[in-house]
Design a binder for this molecule. Structure first.
Ligand SMILES: CC(C)(COP(=O)(O)OP(=O)(O)OC[C@H]1O[C@@H](n2cnc3c(N)ncnc32)[C@H](O)[C@@H]1OP(=O)(O)O)[C@@H](O)C(=O)NCCC(=O)NCCS
Length: 149
């Protein structure tokens, strides 16, 4: 599968919303995506397979020294081709550019595939957040220190 990565363009909002609906359980208002993009455009990255958006990652910077992955999703037909890994690596590169020293994220405690994916990329569970999601589900916080190369 030939995959390219590039920055999200707000004209692609519809495709991003579709991927979110199909692959993430939390629901977001449309403006949330644009707010995230405005606050850190270089870390809102899409993975393209041919002319389709296969997945995306976006996040923010909290405090002075932490980046947070807010959403990461790859549409089912495109999974297990390295797109999630590519998105995460590019996100971490952007985080290093703004000199944060760790990346944090939240993941549902029942999302074993997601938890394993993050563990395999160097993230460790750091805390439990009871009833974190709108449907009452718990989250783990996971984090990874970033070391400048
Ligand atoms: C988690 C998620 C983003 C991973 O995306 P992905 O594109 O499948 O990720 P990758 O292809 O890089 O890696 C997935 C697996 O495929 C394997 N893989 C990577 N590149 C590969 C390739 N070229 N060929 C075959 N397998 C490959 C990896 O070993 C990896 O295994 P691991 O998860 O045990 O580490 C995706 O499953 C997803 O969107 N899930 C639903 C939403 C979600 O859980 N988001 C994260 C938490 S909020």
């Amino acid at each position: 599968m030939f995959v390219q990565f590039r920055l999200f363009n707000p004209s692609e909002l519809g495709a991003i919303i579709e991927i979110t609906k199909k692959n993430l359980t939390e629901r977001y208002n449309d403006f949330v995506f644009l707010d995230i993009q405005r606050s850190w455009p270089s870390a809102f990255i899409v993975g393209m397979s041919d002319h389709s958006i296969a997945g995306f990652i976006c996040g923010g910077i909290s405090g002075e020294k932490e980046a947070r992955i807010l959403m990461l999703a790859v549409d089912t037909p495109f999974r297990n081709n390295g797109i999630g890994t590519g998105l995460m690596s590019l996100f971490e590169e952007e985080a290093l550019k703004v000199k944060v020293n760790k990346v944090k994220l939240e993941v549902r405690t029942d999302n074993l595939e997601g938890i394993n994916f993050y563990k395999n990329h160097g993230y460790l569970i750091s805390s439990l957040l009871p009833s974190y999601y709108n449907d009452g589900s718990d989250a783990y916080t996971m984090e990874k220190p970033l070391i400048p190369t």
